[in-house]
Design a binder for this molecule. Structure first.
Ligand code: TYD
Ligand code: MG
Length: 475
């Protein structure tokens, strides 16, 4: 009777699971800090109901189709008629897709989506838009809508939190787009856990996304990001949706940046720039002008960088401040760029140019609250530091781009023509660029001051090494 030594049913033991509310990791026992994401006080107990045993049966083979035989029916994209939002989405919302919009509370997610919903509803090609609010009453949404001019007969509102009634409403109305504001307030009555917990957020999203895929409407989910982990961050959702968009910006500035971090139907890394006004969010096409608006001219420590955000060139001002230190270890501080990168570049300056920075604090700031992640910013950061140290201003009509390696060599970067073109468009007459990018930019024949009588080819200054770059613009 060997085979009867094991019980045929599992002992009724493991009935709880400890789930991190921040990252969704599952643990066997409770712990103060999640070992996966390092968040404190985020692990909570969840009771799991006995899973139904699925009968495997005999699975039927599926038919595979050649990729060339798959037909596309028309253009599945729906423009939101908000240019900056369309750009981030890669041209518009794709039918049957799910988009997640994350961001801090109060950043403007509801405002932007209400504006987009009204525009989509006004586009008669598609059908009604359903805006489901779980945080505000429909009167509040109406009030906001009338203030920002986002009212339309085909924009339908419901105030609901329960997933099952949402799905029933969606099936009845058959909207072209559904907006769920927010996923953290959505609860399924089939689950016992509280709203906003990982299991609620995951299961409700899965049901809404599945519904969208089968019925062909777009679903937009709003997700809050909190540091405490009291609400499930949208991190667990990122795998489930087709596009993830983050809304960034700080309260000190009126502008907001919308950034695609994942997009199955378009380029990731694309940004849209908005300004929060008393009539809602206004798209800003000419973002470079915004970031250069308060630029200090003829001041040491300021350099204009021509960087790329996705496919879009953007000019920003890099500022450096170098001051004798009062600390035992000098400070290296950066806002808007990675501070590790700044520490590395400081070391390059010390060793390759011989600037004695060991007794100096170094502060780097990207003016206007922009955030730059690309290495093409290296040269501008370094030149700003040299300019600040030597107290010599960089001529105001020069823009700069280029990556710098540890030996001080200036390396080529991608899309040099777009960067140079943006600089020329904004009235810069010269650009300092890596030697290896020179040929490509020269071929593009970029004209500076096109609209004025003094129109002439954009002057290209090239550099192979950091010292060569500094010599050319800091005389
Ligand atoms: P909201 O869209 O409610 O943010 P979220 O949904 O991301 O939490 O935005 C709220 C903020 O925006 C609030 O601080 C007020 C401001 N705001 C304006 O400045 N102008 C406007 O026209 C609107 C509607 C909001
Ligand atoms: Mg909101």
């Amino acid at each position: 009777m060997e085979s009867n030594a094991y019980p045929t049913t599992l002992p009724r033991m493991a009935k709880s699971l400890f789930v991190c509310q921040s990252c969704g990791a599952e643990h066997r026992k409770w712990m103060g800090q999640c070992t996966d994401c390092g968040e404190w006080n985020a692990v909570t107990e969840q009771v799991i109901e006995a899973a139904a045993v699925r009968s495997l049966g005999k699975a039927k083979a599926l038919r595979a189709s050649p990729i060339t035989d798959i037909s596309q029916s028309g253009n599945p994209r729906r423009s939101t008629h908000i240019e900056e939002l369309d750009r981030v989405l890669g041209g518009g919302l794709v039918a049957g897709s799910a988009v997640l919009i994350g961001g801090d509370p109060g950043i403007g997610k509801s405002t932007l989506l209400l504006q987009a919903a009204a525009k989509l509803a006004a586009d008669k090609k598609h059908g009604p838009v359903l805006y489901i609010t779980g945080e505000e009453s429909i009167q509040q949404v109406h009030l906001r809508g009338s203030r920002i001019d986002a009212l339309h007969d085909d924009l339908l509102l419901i105030s609901a939190c329960e997933l099952e009634s949402m799905l029933a409403t969606i099936s009845e109305i058959k909207p072209s787009t559904v907006i769920i504001d927010s996923i953290q307030t959505t609860v399924s009555s089939k689950l016992s856990s509280a709203p906003g917990t990982v299991s609620q957020v995951r299961d409700c999203s899965a049901a809404l996304i599945q519904h969208a895929k089968t019925h062909g409407h777009v679903v937009v989910l709003v997700g809050h990001v909190t540091k405490q982990g009291a609400l499930a961050g949208p991190r667990v959702l990122e795998h489930m949706v087709d596009a993830v968009i983050y809304f960034e910006g700080d309260r000190g500035h009126a502008h907001r940046i919308l950034r695609a971090v994942k997009n199955r139907f378009g380029p990731a890394g694309e940004i849209g720039v908005f300004e929060m006004s008393d009539r809602g969010l206004i798209g800003i096409r000419d973002a470079s002008r915004l970031f250069l608006a308060e630029r200090a001219k003829d001041t040491p420590g300021s350099v204009v960088l021509a960087c790329m955000e996705g496919t879009r060139p953007l000019l920003v001002e890099v500022q450096a401040l170098i001051a004798p230190t009062v600390y035992a270890t000098p400070k290296r501080s950066a806002v808007g760029v990675d501070s590790g990168r700044v520490a590395m570049l400081t070391a390059v300056l010390e060793r390759r140019i011989g600037l004695p920075l060991a007794q100096h604090d170094v502060y780097i700031n990207i003016a206007g609250g922009a955030r730059i992640a690309e290495p093409a910013a290296d040269l501008a950061i370094l030149l700003a530091m040299v300019s600040a140290y030597q107290e010599k201003a960089v001529p105001e009509d020069i823009a700069v781009f280029g990556e710098v390696g540890l030996t001080g060599e200036v390396r080529p970067v991608g899309q040099p023509e777009s960067r140079a073109k943006e600089a020329a468009n904004l009235g810069f007459s010269s650009i300092l660029l890596p030697s290896e990018n020179h040929e490509r930019v020269q071929k593009a024949n970029i004209i500076a001051n096109m609209r004025r009588e003094t129109a002439m080819p954009l002057k290209l200054l090239q550099a192979r090494h950091l010292s060569e770059a500094a010599q050319q613009i800091l005389k």
